[in-house]
Design a protein around this ligand. Structure first.
Ligand SMILES: *Cc1c(COP(=O)(O)O)cnc(C)c1O
Length: 246
């Protein structure tokens, strides 16, 4: 069973890598410019261990409790591995302390309140010896302002550029760039062109914010055409989800 699963994950990973390479070739880009984040929400730790064996190094989770348990299990299964864990879902402020011992990057920062909570909790975690490094963050941009998907628009007092200023003043956080989820019902070319434009605006004011996390199983090819530096892939990589999410 586990050998079967390993073979399946290997085949799926090869297919995803093939898509990334083809999209990069078509766009005249180097495939090494596009990082692959394996979104492993609702996937058991045993699968993450296999993906580590297959060479993946970064994993995305969207629920603090499920992730905290999985991080521990993966550490037991592969004690020598040092995976990066990215948080890609809505991060409730009362769950911030739960993710700080292991999170590398929070990709879904979309409010000043969350920034403040993160900064305070990181300072405390440092004092308590729970973590040394700053938390890397991506600001989540919303193409259409739909609150269900999260993210903020570009301009305005609560917008992405204002939020970037808020993050830039805090040593506990490192602003890496922008993340976005393209609306399902939108023309992908229009959506990703808009996302790319927002990323350029952010980078113009914050030269260190070079990352653009955009593209998932269904649209990673288009996202790469519009300059994505990181794709977040779940379904295409792991197939049907295995464990119930809580
Ligand atoms: C689940 C999820 C993904 C992966 O989506 P797939 O379509 O399964 O590849 C990417 N980004 C976020 C924010 C997600 O929640």
């Amino acid at each position: 069973m586990s050998e079967e699963r390993r073979a399946e994950l290997q085949r799926r990973l090869a297919a995803v890598r093939g898509r990334i390479e083809a999209a990069c070739a078509a766009a005249g880009r180097d495939a090494r410019e596009v990082a692959l984040l394996a979104v492993t929400k609702t996937v058991p730790a045993a699968d993450v261990a296999i993906l580590l064996d297959l060479g993946l190094a970064a994993f995305g989770e969207n629920r603090a409790q499920e992730a905290a348990a999985k991080v521990g299990e993966v550490a037991r299964l592969r004690p020598l591995a040092d995976p990066a864990w990215h948080f890609v879902g809505v991060l409730q402020r009362n769950k911030v302390r739960m993710v700080l011992p292991w999170v590398t990057r929070v990709e879904s920062v979309d409010s000043a309140r969350l920034v403040d909570t993160l900064a305070t909790a990181i300072r405390r975690a440092r004092d308590e010896g729970v973590r040394k490094d700053p938390v890397r963050v991506l600001l989540q941009y919303s193409v259409d302002g739909d609150p269900a998907r999260g993210g903020v628009r570009l301009e305005g007092p609560d917008g992405l550029l204002a939020l970037a200023e808020h993050v830039a003043g805090r040593a506990e956080l490192q602003l890496d760039g922008l993340m976005s989820v393209a609306p399902l019902d939108a023309d992908p070319d229009v959506a990703f062109a808009d996302i790319a434009k927002a990323a350029v605006r952010l980078r113009a004011e914050h030269p260190g914010a070079t990352e653009l996390s955009a593209g998932m199983s269904g649209d990673l090819d288009v996202a790469i055409r519009y300059g994505s530096t990181g794709v977040r892939v779940g379904t295409a990589l792991v197939g049907e989800r295995r464990i119930a999410s809580q």
